[in-house]
Write a protein that binds this ligand. Sequence first.
Ligand code: ZN
Ligand code: ZN
Length: 211
Amino acid sequence: MQVKTFTVGQLFTNCYLVTCPRTQHTAVIDPGDEAYRILSAARAAQLKITHILLTHAHFDHMGAANALVEATSAPILLHPEDNLLFDVGGGAMLFGFPPPDVPNRVESLGEGQKILVGEVTLQVMHTPGHSPGSVCFYATEHQAIFVGDVLFADGIGRTDLPGGDYATLMRSIQRLMNLPDETAVYPGHGPATTIGRERSENLWLSEDYQY
Ligand SMILES: [Zn+2]
Ligand SMILES: [Zn+2]
């Protein structure tokens, strides 16, 4: 599995290209903006984009999804509990941004589903709390997980946006903390980390910090 990271848009969202090195099949996780950059990098490396995967439907994670669908015909996959958020443009207006073009053809993701990107398996974990339909994509054979805005290096997802819930988020993060320490964590914003590092150093997860 190869991972390329692009930081895109005004909220510095991490868009990940996850590629099977044998087939060059590639999933684009969270194309938030700058479709041209993502597409030209994929073309230059002769990658075949087969899936557009959304960790959740906030606009900064799906703003370029429509342009990618038009260029590649790859399906967009989203958890249905975020469909409402998706249909209203991912909350862009709340942040004073114009709503992105929203494609009308979206496929549903669910807990435990396995997505095959060439020979790379990504397993879906439904991890609500930041938004109702937030999911993580767990590359079980590669000890890596793409977590969107659930967990960050030294941070956790915000729960003050519509559909957010703190207790629900903490339960979702506890599920992630059951993964092995060495699991690489690729968050929706900021640097990559590991489960072990966040378990020991993330203040938001320490016993005396929780309320
Ligand atoms: Zn978000
Ligand atoms: Zn975000």
